[in-house]
Ligand binder design. Structure first.
Ligand code: UDP
Ligand code: MG
Length: 316
C-alpha cells in the first residue's frame, strides 16, 4: 500500500542513537494509524550503523535502508532519501533526536490544512557550544542579508514537505545542494512550526568545523551573487585609495620628500590583499561551475535494503 508518510533519516556513525531513534519514530508513526515508511540513509558510516539498520529492516518491512558507497555528506543523504520516498508527505529528520519526532503529528495536521512545506524553526538550542550557537545565529542573518531568496532564520532540514515539493526538489539537480535554501527557492505554501532543539541523544556531532564551513559556503555561494558585488565594491574603493595615494606621491615627489612608505602602502595593501580576496571569491564560483560541468552524481548507492512482509513471517 502506498504510504501516506515517508520519513527520511540520514545517519553517519550513529550506532549509539540508531536504536532509540527507530523506537521513537516508529512509536509516533504507529500512533498516527496511517501507512508509513521509514527511510534510513547510511552515509558511509564506519561503525556498526549499517549492521544495526539491517537488523531493524529485517524485523520491520516498513523500514528501508539506503546504503552509500562512502560518506557523501548530510545533504546528499537527505536527497537520496527523498529519491526513495513514496509517501504523499515526507518528513526529513536528524537521527540524533535533536529534532523531536513527536512533532510529526502536528506537522501532518498543518499539511492536511493545505500547507505544502512545514519547517521546524528552533526557538532554543540545548547542549550546543556557545561557538556553534553564535556561528549559526550569525550565519542565518548574513545569509538572509546576502540572498534574494527568503531563507527562514534558525531552521535546519527538519521539515515536512509535500510530494509535489519533493518532486520539484529532485528536479533541481544541484551538485552542492543546500536543501533549506532550495526549499525556500521553490516557493509553495510554507509555514513554520516552532520547537526547542533538544540535546543530542548520544554520541558527538557529525558536523565538524570543516563540514560546517562547507555547508555555509554552499548556502552563500549557491544563493547569492553578493560576494561578487562586494569584491567589485572593494576593488573600486581600493582603486580610489590608490589614486589618492598617487596624488600624495606626486606632491611629495615635487617637494623632494621620501616616497618609500607611500609606495609600500600602494603595493602591499591596495594591490595584493584585495587581489587575493577577489580571486578567492571568484574561485568559489568557478569551483562550483566546475562541479556542475563535471556532472558527477551527488552520491552513489551501494544497495537499497528492504525486506518484504513474508520475510518477517518466515522467521517466526
Ligand atoms: N550526517 C550525515 N552525514 C554526514 C554528517 C552528518 O548523514 O556527513 C547526519 C547525522 O547522522 C545526523 C544529521 O546528519 O543524523 C545531522 O548531523 P549532526 O547531528 O551531527 O549535526 P548537528 O546537529 O551537530 O549540527
Ligand atoms: Mg545533531
Amino acid at each position: 500500500m502506498r504510504p501516506l508518510l515517508s520519513v527520511v533519516i540520514p545517519a553517519y556513525n550513529e550506532q549509539e542513537v540508531i536504536g532509540e531513534s527507530y523506537r521513537r519514530l516508529d512509536k509516533v508513526c504507529q500512533e498516527l494509524g496511517k501507512p508509513y515508511e521509514l527511510i534510513f540513509v547510511n552515509d558511509g558510516s564506519r561503525d556498526d550503523t549499517l549492521k544495526l539498520l539491517t537488523g531493524i529492516a529485517r524485523k520491520d518491512p516498513r523500514v528501508k535502508v539506503v546504503d552509500f558507497s562512502r560518506n557523501f555528506g548530510h545533504q546528499a543523504a537527505v536527497l537520496a532519501g527523498l529519491e526513495q520516498a513514496g509517501g504523499q508527505a515526507t518528513v526529513i529528520i536528524d537521527c540524533d533526536l535533536q529534532d523531536p519526532p513527536e512533532l510529526i503529528p502536528e506537522m501532518l495536521k498543518l499539511w492536511e490544512e493545505g500547507y505544502e512545506v512545514v519547517y521546524g524553526q528552533r526557538s532554543e538550542r540545548k547542549g550546543e557550544s556557545k561557538f556553534k550557537t553564535f556561528t549559526a545565529f550569525a550565519f542565518y542573518r548574513i545569509l538572509n542579508w546576502m540572498t534574494s531568496v527568503n531563507i527562514p532564520k534558525d531552521t535546519g532540514d527538519f521539515r515536512l514537505i509535500d510530494e509535489k515539493v519533493v518532486r520539484a526538489m529532485l528536479s533541481l539537480k544541484e551538485k552542492n545542494p543546500f536543501l533549506r535554501g532550495m526549499v525556500s527557492w521553490l516557493g509553495f505554501r510554507q509555514t513554520p512550526i516552532v520547537f526547542e532543539r533538544a540535546e543530542r541523544f548520544a554520541g558527538e556531532t557529525k558536523y565538524p568545523l570543516k563540514k560546517m564551513f562547507k555547508l555555509a559556503g554552499d548556502g552563500i555561494f549557491s544563493f547569492s551573487l553578493m560576494p561578487l558585488r562586494i569584491a567589485y565594491v572593494l576593488g573600486c574603493i581600493s582603486l580610489l585609495g590608490a589614486l589618492v595615494d598617487l596624488v600624495v606621491l606626486i606632491v611629495r615627489a615635487c617637494q623632494g620628500l621620501p616616497l618609500f612608505s607611500q609606495v609600500l602602502y600602494l603595493v602591499l595593501f591596495a594591490a595584493f590583499g584585495l587581489v587575493f580576496l577577489c580571486l578567492g571569491i571568484l574561485g568559489q564560483y568557478i569551483g562550483r561551475i566546475y562541479d556542475e560541468a563535471k556532472g558527477r552524481p551527488v552520491y552513489l548507492v551501494r544497495e537499497c535494503i528492504q525486506y518484504p512482509e513474508e520475510a518477517k513471517e518466515d522467521e517466526h
